[in-house]
Design a protein. Structure first.
Ligand code: KIV
Length: 256
């Protein structure tokens, strides 16, 4: 599937499902589960690498994880989910050339068909413009943008009218710049509904209520594998406890 085909999902009112994956095991599970899109999110910096923020992850690490994700798919290429990879912190904030090189490296050497990057400041819009003109599809990301944690924290964004108006204006600019979809993280439900109705591109929410065109979740959060559960993701199972007790019983020689 081409990234821009996600716009047809919106036109057909078909909810888009996006799950993160970080290696070949997680991607085979997420593919089998039937997700439309696999996001190799830079949240893997926290979940896999144990960092306290997404900031330390490098382009090389994101590339290596995306390659592993590609190796996990079992379906024929045309039936595989669309793969989007996060551009890591400082791979696109330092100018257009560096961003094209980073995004191009991911698309050239892995199964990724598109990149996601955060924000819509003037400089970021220029970068997005250039990437798209160079043939690199871009997914936008507004609201809680974890790469700005040192400025915004992890709290819910766009709580007041002024910041809601700003976010709406930024989302319209991202659509004009050519983004094929927009991730909206941890914002009021009313705002995501308004954006869904305003934009032609799909709005894919996380902690943004149920009215979005699609939903994205960090798979590790859904499976209950993380120590710090975000307030907006209810785990589907208590994965960490299940795995631990199964392994405990093996260690106690109960299951040889
Ligand atoms: O890195 C990530 O997993 C993400 C999702 C939270 C959307 O960007």
């Amino acid at each position: 599937m081409l990234p821009k085909e996600l716009i047809q999902f919106k036109e057909l009112k078909k909810t888009i499902t996006v799950l993160t994956a970080w290696d070949s095991i997680s991607s085979s599970i997420v593919e089998e589960a039937g997700a439309d899109v696999v996001l190799v999110g830079d949240s893997l910096a926290m979940f896999i690498h144990g960092h306290s923020t997404t900031l330390p992850i490098t382009l090389d690490q994101m590339l290596s994880h995306t390659q592993a994700v590609g190796r996990g798919f079992k379906k024929s290429i045309e039936k595989q989910p669309l793969v989007v990879c996060d551009l890591p912190f400082l791979s696109y904030q330092c100018g257009e050339d560096k961003a094209v090189s980073a995004a191009g490296t991911l698309l050239k050497n892995s199964c990724a068909s598109a990149v996601k990057l955060e924000g819509a400041e003037k400089e970021i819009l220029s970068v997005i413009n250039r990437l798209i003109r160079m043939g690199i599809p871009v997914m936008g990301h507004l609201g809680l943008t974890p790469q700005s944690v040192k400025n915004l924290g992890y709290k819910r964004q766009a709580e007041d009218k002024k910041s809601q108006d700003k976010l709406i204006a930024q989302a319209i600019q991202l659509e004009k710049a050519g983004c094929f979809s927009l991730v909206l993280e941890h914002v009021p439900e009313k705002l995501s509904l308004q954006l869904k109705e305003t934009l032609k591109i799909p709005v894919i929410g996380i902690g943004a209520g149920k009215h979005c065109d699609g939903q994205v979740r960090v798979t590790a959060d859904l499976l209950g594998l993380t120590d710090k559960q975000p307030p907006f993701t209810k785990p589907l199972l208590n994965g960490k406890d299940l795995f631990t007790s199964a392994l405990k019983s093996w260690v106690k020689n109960e299951q040889f």
